[in-house]
Design a protein around this ligand. Structure first.
Ligand code: K1U
Ligand code: ZN
Length: 185
């Protein structure tokens, strides 16, 4: 198993645009596999390449036990608006309410090279938009009001020293697999 380090807020890669994937190579397939392993380990439902320090335009998602890889994804249609709380594996312990389109139609290439369009609503729609934003250097905190963003950044200022060099190392020690942070003394 390969659990990758996750880059956190402050690492410039999280603010950069990604490069479209032009060829699905073994390296891309391995990256996707390692991204799934990292996402599951971090208990996320999505993960985008820049979050693991890569600049390819690809992300992995798994909402309701339906894992898939999205390569060069684009939102091609939207409907409605919905506000819900979001977090981000690259900004641990910071949350905020984000208004986004309630339904989206997303076009993407799958790992086998085939093109798909899917209609998504609810949590899958939110997750897809959150991941596609990551692929263009945008983070959920960018949608918060000035006051709420200030408060989110104040919370982050207290957290960020836990992540030297903007790297979040996930604990892969099986002996600590069932520990909960609240159990720490
Ligand atoms: O990209 C990431 O940082 C992963 C992030 C994606 C996300 C999806 C939807 C709303 C907000 C953020 C996460 O997976 S954070 C974990 C999370 O929010 C969640 C986990 C299980 C169920 C519901 C939400
Ligand atoms: Zn995120």
């Amino acid at each position: 198993m390969s659990v990758l380090d996750i880059r956190v807020l402050g690492d410039p890669i999280l603010r950069e645009d990604t490069k479209p994937v032009t060829l699905i190579t073994d390296e891309i397939r391995t990256l996707a596999k390692h991204m799934f392993e990292t996402m599951y380990h971090a208990k996320g439902i999505g993960l985008a390449a820049p979050q693991v320090g890569r600049s390819e335009r690809l992300a992995v998602v798994d909402v309701d036990d339906n894992p898939f890889v999205i390569i060069n994804p684009e939102v091609v249609a939207t409907e409605g608006k919905e506000k819900a709380e979001e977090g981000c594996l690259s900004i641990p312990d910071v949350y905020g309410d984000v208004e986004r389109p309630a339904k989206v139609r997303v076009r993407f290439t799958a790992l086998d090279g085939k093109q798909f369009e899917i209609e998504a609503a609810e949590l899958l729609a939110r997750c897809l938009q959150h991941e596609i934003d990551h692929l263009h250097g945008k983070l959920f905190i960018d949608y918060l009001s000035v006051l709420k963003k200030r408060s989110a950044l104040a919370k982050w200022a207290k957290e960020k020293d836990k992540y030297p060099a903007f790297v979040r190392k996930l604990d892969t020690d099986p002996a600590r697999a069932h520990e909960h942070p609240d159990e720490e003394l």
